[in-house]
Design a protein around this ligand. Structure first.
Ligand code: SF4
Length: 353
C-alpha cells in the first residue's frame, strides 16, 4: 500500500490503513473496541521489556479508577518488575534515597538560583545502548535529567511552554557520538564544571555530559555554529589491496578529484548525488593487518545551507559493503569557525571550561 514512516504525523495515512484492513478482511473495531480479559494473550506479550504484565494490568485498573502511582524517581518503588539495581539502575539508582513525602523526595539542587538567565553550551556523549535512541527521545531524556537534577529551566513562550534548550544537528540512529551539543537556558549562575558534575549524577548509562562553557545569549547559535564534523569508523577486513585502493580514493578526493556519493533521505526516500570532493576536509586511515581492522577518520564540512551528507552513505561509497563490515561508527568531533584565526577549531568544552 506504500505506508512509510507511519510514526511521523506528516507521513501517516489513515486511508491507506483502512484500505489495508478492508483488503485483508479485518474489522479494526473488533480489535480496538472490545473488552480484553487480563488472561488474554496480547500480541505484544512476546516482547519482554522487563516490566511485568501484572504491574501493567494493575496500572490499567488504577487508571480506570482514577488513581495515580507516584513517580518512582521521586518516591518509593511500586515494583514494576525490573530488577532493582540492575535493569532499573540506569534511571532509579541516581535518585536520592526514597522517601514517602513528596516535598522531601524532591532533589535539593545545590546550584544557586539566579533571577537572570544563563546559557551553557554543553557537550555530551551518546554511546552504548543509547545509540538506538532517536533524537526526539534523547531530547525527552535530557529534559528528564534536568528535571531530576532540580534545575530551573527558562521556559519557551506559548500555549505549551517547554524548557528552553537548543540542540546541534543529531547523529543518525545507530551512530554513537562523543560530540553532541546542547545550549541549556537556566536560572542558575554557576561554574560550568559544577553544572556538568551535578548533571552527571542523574544520567542513565550511555549518556554523559563531557564539558560546558557559558555562551552569552546562546550566540553564536546552535546548530548553525557547527562548520564541520569528524566521524571515526572501524571495519573488519583483511583485504590489503582494497584498503590501499580506499586510501587512494581518499587522497584523490582530498586533492579535489570528484567523488560522487549517493545520499538517501530516510524520510522522503529521495536520492541526492553529492560530490564528496566539495566537502571533505581531512581523511586518514590505518590498517592493522594482524587484527584485520581498518580504522578511518573523515572530516567534512556541514552547515545550514549545505545538503545533508549521510555518514553511512559516504562509507558505503568509499568501501562498498561497509555496512556489513562496520564495528564502530562514531561522531568524534565537531568544529566551529574561529573567525579570529580564520580556521576551524574543535568545540572542546572540557568539564573545566
Ligand atoms: S524503582 Fe525501578 S523497579 Fe521500582 S518501579 Fe521504578 S523502575 Fe521499576
Amino acid at each position: 500500500m506504500g505506508c512509510q514512516f507511519d510514526a511521523h504525523d506528516d507521513c501517516f495515512s489513515f486511508d491507506l490503513w483502512m484500505r489495508a484492513f478492508e483488503a485483508c478482511g479485518v474489522a479494526p473495531a473488533a480489535y480496538a473496541d472490545r473488552e480484553r480479559p487480563a488472561d488474554e494473550a496480547f500480541p505484544w506479550d512476546v516482547i519482554d521489556v522487563g516490566v511485568s504484565k501484572r504491574f501493567l494490568w494493575r496500572e490499567y485498573e488504577k487508571a480506570l479508577a482514577g488513581q495515580t502511582t507516584p513517580d518512582c524517581l521521586l518516591g518509593e518503588c511500586p515494583g514494576c518488575g525490573l530488577p532493582r539495581g540492575e535493569t532499573c539502575h540506569s534511571l532509579a539508582s541516581a535518585a536520592p534515597p526514597a522517601t514517602t513525602t513528596e516535598s522531601a523526595a524532591r532533589v535539593e539542587c545545590p546550584l544557586p538560583l539566579s533571577e537572570t538567565e544563563a546559557v551553557y553550551r554543553v557537550r555530551y556523549s551518546k554511546t552504548g545502548r543509547l545509540v538506538v535512541v532517536s533524537h526526539l527521545d534523547l531530547i525527552r531524556l535530557i529534559d528528564q535529567v534536568i528535571r531530576r537534577a532540580g534545575l530551573k529551566s527558562v521556559l519557551t513562550q506559548g500555549y505549551n511552554p517547554k524548557p528552553r534548550r537548543v540542540f546541534s544537528d543529531p547523529v543518525p540512529v545507530g551512530v554513537a557520538s562523543r560530540a553532541e551539543l546542547v545550549d541549556l537556558h537556566l536560572y542558575h549562575q554557576v561554574e560550568p564544571v559544577r553544572l556538568v558534575d551535578w548533571l552527571n549524577r542523574f544520567v542513565p548509562e550511555g549518556l554523559e555530559f563531557l564539558g560546558a562553557a557559558r555562551v552569552e545569549g546562546g550566540r553564536p547559535r546552535l546548530p548553525s555554529v557547527i562548520e564541520a564534523v569528524r566521524y571515526r569508523a572501524e571495519l573488519r577486513t583483511a583485504k590489503r589491496p582494497e584498503v590501499e585502493a580506499l586510501g587512494e580514493r581518499i587522497k584523490r578526493t582530498l586533492k579535489g578529484e570528484s567523488f560522487p556519493v549517493e545520499c538517501l533521505s530516510r524520510k522522503s526516500g529521495r536520492r541526492t548525488r553529492l560530490d564528496l570532493a566539495e566537502r571533505l576536509l581531512a581523511g586518514d586511515w590505518t590498517f592493522d593487518e594482524a587484527a584485520e581492522r581498518l580504522r578511518i577518520n573523515l572530516t567534512w564540512r556541514v552547515g545550514p545551507h549545505l545538503p545533508g551528507l549521510g555518514v553511512r552513505d559516504v562509507l558505503q561509497a568509499l568501501w562498498p559493503g561497509a555496512d556489513e563490515a562496520l564495528d564502530v561508527l562514531e561522531k568524534s568531533e565537531v568544529y566551529m569557525d574561529d573567525r579570529s584565526e580564520g580556521r576551524l577549531r574543535p568545540v572542546v568544552l572540557r568539564a573545566g571550561d
